[in-house]
Design a binder for this molecule. Structure first.
Ligand code: BGC
Ligand code: CA
Length: 299
């Protein structure tokens, strides 16, 4: 057994650090600061961060096969040209809910982007309920709305055989599964696979590993939990030195490092004094498992 090590690797703080994605071709970590309205790219070899500013809160940024990124920003899907920093609208969603914003999103194994929305928060996790929806941006740039009535649309990923979609609506305090039709991008047969215990906090971002198990970042829980979605068992808990752990992804050579983002928004001065690394990005090594390559948007 290798021993687990948790290291703070990005010391620049994010109000809501989120949506980490490993970009294999450049060996860089892409992530966003949602309320800070920033997209960051960090190069672990040089420890340099490149940053661009968005116009509205940015819930997610994903690589695009033809170059650049696609983002869920405010209530639009948009294309980003990293070189010129230009942002161009692809399509608007939630037209009847101008106070909504995109939150987490991820590219499916067929190259579609799935991302969900939520209402603007009064303070973290306090908001008008059931205002969010879950959308797919298909590769022909058409949008499908899967369902509404979501509180905080959050973590998502697919099983290794692409037949199951795992999903978190944070305020249900559960991880759910759907049957996934990889040919159409359709969802059916919603069910629960794991319910968080009280001290685990609020389920936020998640990712799958090469054994088909999930790693779930727990907001206000200061941890990432490892769960087996087939049995509903929690296999492991990895504690971090900050409470607001928001999301995670595997990266690095061989995808064997787990990167974990965090937030400081909503903390008072005494919390901040106790958690000086709130908002930083951490690297967890020695987990004895690895991730799978990142999908890029194929439209
Ligand atoms: C959202 C935050 C929210 C948090 C906890 C994050 O994904 O971006 O705004 O407070 O989840 O549910
Ligand atoms: Ca999130």
């Amino acid at each position: 057994m290798s021993s687990i090590k948790v290291e703070c690797v990005i010391k620049e703080k994010n109000a809501i650090g989120e949506g980490p994605v490993w970009e294999e071709k450049d060996e860089t970590l892409l992530y966003v600061d949602i309320s800070g309205q920033k997209i960051h790219r960090w190069n672990p070899a040089t420890n340099q961060i490149q940053t661009m500013t968005t116009e509205k809160p940015v819930g997610c940024a994903v690589p695009r096969r033809s170059g650049g990124y696609v983002i869920g920003e405010g209530t639009r899907f948009a294309a980003v040209d990293w070189g010129s920093q230009a942002i161009t609208t692809i399509t608007h969603i939630d037209a009847d809910k101008p106070n909504n914003r995109f939150n987490d999103g991820k590219v499916d194994p067929a190259g579609r982007l799935i991302a969900g929305t939520m209402a603007l928060e009064e303070r973290p996790a306090v908001l008008e309920p059931k205002q969010g929806s879950l959308f797919s941006l298909h590769t022909d740039l058409s949008v499908v709305k899967h369902f509404s009535q979501v509180d905080i649309s959050n973590g998502l990923d697919w099983s290794l055989d692409h037949r199951t979609f795992y999903y978190i609506d944070s305020l249900t305090y559960t991880v759910e599964a759907f049957d996934y039709d990889i040919n159409t991008g359709g969802l059916s047969n919603r069910r629960m696979v794991y319910r968080l215990e009280k001290d685990e906090g609020i389920p936020d971002g998640m990712c799958i590993d090469s054994d088909g198990r999930l790693w779930v970042a727990c907001y206000n829980g200061g941890r990432v939990i490892h769960i087996d979605p087939h049995t509903g068992a929690r296999l492991q808990t990895v504690k971090l030195p900050v409470q607001k752990t928001t999301s995670c992804c595997f990266g690095g050579r061989n995808y064997s490092d787990l990167y974990v983002t965090s937030a400081y928004l909503g903390m008072d001065e005494s919390d901040l004094a106790k958690q000086p690394q709130a908002g930083c990005v951490f690297k967890v090594t020695g987990l004895g498992t690895k991730g799978i390559p990142t999908n890029s948007f194929a439209g």
